[in-house]
Design a binder for this molecule. Structure first.
Ligand SMILES: NC(=O)c1ccc[n+]([C@@H]2O[C@H](COP(=O)([O-])OP(=O)(O)OC[C@H]3O[C@@H](n4cnc5c(N)ncnc54)[C@H](OP(=O)(O)O)[C@@H]3O)[C@@H](O)[C@H]2O)c1
Length: 347
């Protein structure tokens, strides 16, 4: 099979060392499925892996890619949930290896894709929408009528949180560092936007909420943005710690937590999916039903071929992506060529 292989770890900021090359495929063991992939989602986490900054260190050469969508090619002994030919969505934190023609993984890490959803439209869905839904619904108990502040809102998990927040009935304040990207986020549903490069973040959120602050703050950026989120989350509010895209891991002053009645809540989605594969499958299938019904519309910013993997990752590194990009195999390219029904692309 063909796979996007990371041949060496690189410094942060330099292009990743990725090559499309032949790679051995793996027959499914008991409980596994082998999936012929249409596409894989490109994540910030892939950059962390190629620069050796991810919590799990991989030694090159290895195949990149955590999530994807495709068609079941073969089932290992004992698999009853799937049969060859089923359309599946998968997330594969342990094995990774989704930037490839095919991947073999435990059947528990895949779910059925409802008819009518194009596989290349959904390949980048599991990590972003799974993380954001787990954070908002399971960790912060977001309610209809809440004010939700989503920081880094143009990014993968940020834009998913905006869309999920609107679906769940919240008023959404989207923050980011670029006016053009913020306009795109507003077009995707955010009620208000704040540019944290040009405006005082905490003060603007307090102004927009008549000094109350946000009931729920969603923070995948960290650093100064987290500090501002501490000052702009309402009394008895919930501040979700999702990630540190900005680089600095912040510290939460305990006096603010005490006097603000704040719940500072971690959202370790990767760990959740590994510990609870059944709950993950239930969560993901529920979200896919929302996509099928038109209540959720994932955005694919740009589609690349596998041979353009380094370019796609560089775009993430340069903060040029709105939402998510996907990398397509030849099957994915063929799906796009034969089906122009989707209108979810920006470009
Ligand atoms: N908790 C979990 O299970 C989980 C799951 C997935 C991801 N994450 C983490 O969440 C964070 C965001 O992931 P993502 O997929 O949304 O990434 P992304 O698509 O690259 O988006 C990150 C956003 O953060 C903002 N940002 C601010 N400072 C930045 C900087 N120095 N470098 C890059 N971006 C910066 C950018 O918006 P502006 O340009 O508008 O500032 C960007 O749109 C990462 O730390 C990732 O590891 C956590």
């Amino acid at each position: 099979m063909k796979a996007v292989v990371c041949s060496a770890l690189t410094e942060w900021g330099l292009p990743p060392a990725l090559t499309l090359m032949d790679w051995p495929s793996r027959a499914p063991g008991p409980g596994d499925i082998r999936v012929a992939l249409h596409a894989g989602g490109v994540n910030f986490g892939d950059l962390l892996v190629t620069t050796g900054r991810y919590q799990v260190k991989l030694t090159p050469p290895f195949v990149l890619g955590t999530e994807g969508a495709g068609i079941v090619a073969e089932c290992g002994a004992g698999v009853t949930k799937f049969k060859a030919g089923d359309r599946v969505l998968l997330q594969n934190n342990d094995v990774r290896a989704c930037f490839a023609d095919e991947v073999t993984l435990p059947a528990a890490r895949a779910v059925h894709v409802p008819a009518g959803i194009r596989l290349t439209d959904i390949a980048g869905f599991p990590l972003n929408f799974g993380t954001s839904y787990y954070a908002l619904a399971h960790r912060a108990a977001l309610r209809a009528g809440d004010v939700l502040a989503v920081h880094g809102a143009s990014g993968g998990v940020g834009l998913a949180a905006v869309k999920l927040g609107k679906m769940m009935g919240a008023t959404v304040i989207a923050t980011g560092g670029d006016d053009e990207k913020l306009r795109a986020v507003q077009a995707e549903g955010a009620d208000f936007t704040v540019n944290y490069r040009t405006e005082p973040l905490a003060e603007r959120i307090r102004e927009l909420t008549r000094d109350r602050g946000a009931d729920v703050s969603f923070d995948p950026v960290g650093g100064d943005v987290f500090d501002a989120a501490m000052r702009s989350t309402a009394i008895d509010g919930r501040l979700l710690v999702v990630g540190f895209a900005g680089g600095r891991i912040p510290a939460a002053p305990a006096n603010r937590i005490l006097f603000g009645g704040l719940s500072v809540v971690g959202a370790p989605y990767g760990g959740f999916t590994q510990r609870n594969p059944e709950r993950w499958a239930e969560l993901m299938s529920g979200l896919l039903d929302k996509v099928r019904d038109g209540a959720l519309k994932p955005l694919v910013h740009r589609r690349f071929g596998f041979d353009q993997a380094a370019e796609a990752l560089q775009m993430v590194a340069e903060r040029k992506v709105i939402g998510k990009c996907v990398l397509m195999s030849d099957r994915g390219l063929a799906e796009i060529a034969t089906d122009c029904a989707s209108s979810s692309d920006v470009i």
